[in-house]
Each structure stands twice: as C-alpha cells, then as structure tokens.
Design a protein around this ligand. Structure first.
Ligand code: ZN
Length: 137
C-alpha cells in the first residue's frame, strides 16, 4: 500500500456563532472568529489517497484526476468565499476547521474514482491542523 498526498492552499472567511449561546459566550468561545462580518484564514489542504502501485503506470492514482477533483470540489467552491453564506454545508453548521475537513472529505469521496481517500488534513494556521480519516476510522 502506497500513500500519496497532494497539497493545495486556499483563503476563506467564516463566522463562528451558535445562536444557543449568549453573545458573551460566543465571544469567549470563538474570539476573532465570532466577528459577524467574517474572519479570514489562509488554509492549507492536504489530501492523502492510498492504493497499490499500478505496475503499468507506476502510479498509485491518476494525478491529473486528483488535481482536477480537488480544484473543482474544494478550491473553486471555497477559495475566497465566505463559507457560511456560499458553501451549502455551512448554511446551518459552524465552519470550524473540524467541520471543514469533514465537508471536504465528503465532497472528494464522492468524486474520486480509483483513488481511495485516506486522510484529509486542513491547516488553519501553521501550528494548527485537523485530520479526518472518514467515518469508519
Ligand atoms: Zn477565524
């Protein structure tokens, strides 16, 4: 089994807010990300797929297809967007990096053909990232 990772960067803004919490509690919990006009981050995405090396191509996955799917499903949909208002997964869900990793996994899993998704890693900053390995892990 070989694991292959492709990296991409995107920028997006978000608003963390739970209407069940008081304004003070939202501010305490979410800080800068509780700004109603949005708060921006430069995200780094790493998508890892796994599989056997195809003896004919020497590849584990069609690299072009992986790149196209990542661009279409993630970057085109999320880069320079306000996640709460422009990405349907977050119309009713707080777009934390945790939820972002899950949403990206779900988008990619449906579209990847031969490649088997292993891990979605989303860096919110250089020092903070989230890993998601799918629901079965
Ligand atoms: Zn933020």
């Amino acid at each position: 089994m070989v694991y292959l990772t492709r990296k991409a960067e995107f920028a997006a803004s978000h608003y963390y807010h739970n209407p069940d919490f008081s304004p003070e509690e939202n501010q305490r919990l979410f800080g800068k990300c509780n700004n109603p006009n949005g708060h921006g981050h430069n995200y780094t995405l790493e998508v890892t797929v796994k599989g056997e090396v195809d003896p004919r191509s020497g590849f584990v996955v069609d690299l072009k297809q992986l790149k196209e799917v990542m661009h279409r499903e993630v970057l085109d949909a999320m880069d320079h967007r306000f996640l709460n208002k422009e990405v349907p997964e977050f119309f009713n869900k707080i777009p934390t990096t945790e939820n972002l990793a899950i949403a990206i996994w779900q988008r990619l899993e449906l579209k990847l053909q031969k490649a088997k998704l292993h891990r979605v890693r989303v860096y919110e900053t250089q020092d903070l990232f989230v890993d998601f390995y799918g629901e079965n892990d």
